[in-house]
Design a protein around this ligand. Sequence first.
Ligand SMILES: Nc1ncnc2c1ncn2[C@@H]1O[C@H](COP(=O)(O)OP(=O)(O)OP(=O)(O)O)[C@@H](O)[C@H]1O
Length: 279
Amino acid sequence: MDASLSPLISLRHVGKSFKDGEVRAIEDISFDVRPGEFVSLVGPSGCGKTTILRLINGLITPDEGEVRVMGAAPEPGPDLAMVFQSARLMPWRTVAGNIEFALALRGLNRKDRQERALALLGAVGLRDFANAYPHELSGGMQQRVGLARALSVEPKVLLMDEPFAALDAMTREVLRNELLQMWSERRMAIVFVTHDIEEAVLLSQRIVLLRPRPGRVDEVVDVDLPEPRWQKDPRPLPAFIEMREHLWNRIRGMAADGVELEELAGAFPRLGTPDKGAR
Ligand SMILES: Nc1ncnc2c1ncn2[C@@H]1O[C@H](COP(=O)(O)OP(=O)(O)OP(=O)(O)O)[C@@H](O)[C@H]1O
């Protein structure tokens, strides 16, 4: 079999509970991520998106089923990098120092660390801020540094937990495009958690839609839109609009099935509004 087609990450019938079984977070979750693929996890609050990322990262282990990353049980390490909603930079280190620190953990010598950190800062448009401290940067700039730091270790998998949720709309738009461009150049696999349906369709090749209580897979959909999307915005395309509406209809279906509307509306502000197009 062609190794490039075998999954890089696979989850099979995975279940996980917390508080001695009191909180059933996820149940019977199965999906694959292939090498270089961009997969989004979408769903209402509490459906287990972060739990799934932590299982893939090896920070927690499943109670049932199996999680495999590159054919083995996952372990935190340089093949898996994580990006969070806030960049979590070390405030006492400079921007370059934050990236160099990640590289030092990988055993790179000082000169290589400095060169690689500057090259990555160039790639995210922050070369001139190498000697600045995190508090001197805007939220969007800090997220760029967080992304550069995650990419510095050349991970095979980038796990992203709502990385743009705390940013203003314009910054979010710019960073989405930059992420797509970096992904098309480096082709690491990305597992991207978002509440934002449009963002998921815009970025991903595949979407795993989850439903809550406990978190289960509602549907896995392929997003077949022209590439590269960072060069040509797919949002006006009929295929984009159809996909977005399909996912919205599934979410409305969850509400009809008794998922608390408020729970859904908190995560998806568009729900319940008659407007089908605008957000
Ligand atoms: N360490 C924990 N201890 C107890 N309960 C937990 C823990 N982690 C997650 N849970 C519970 O498991 C369920 C799934 O949580 P998780 O954070 O994975 O969902 P999510 O989809 O990422 O939510 P959100 O979109 O609000 O971030 C929730 O009911 C949550 O309260």
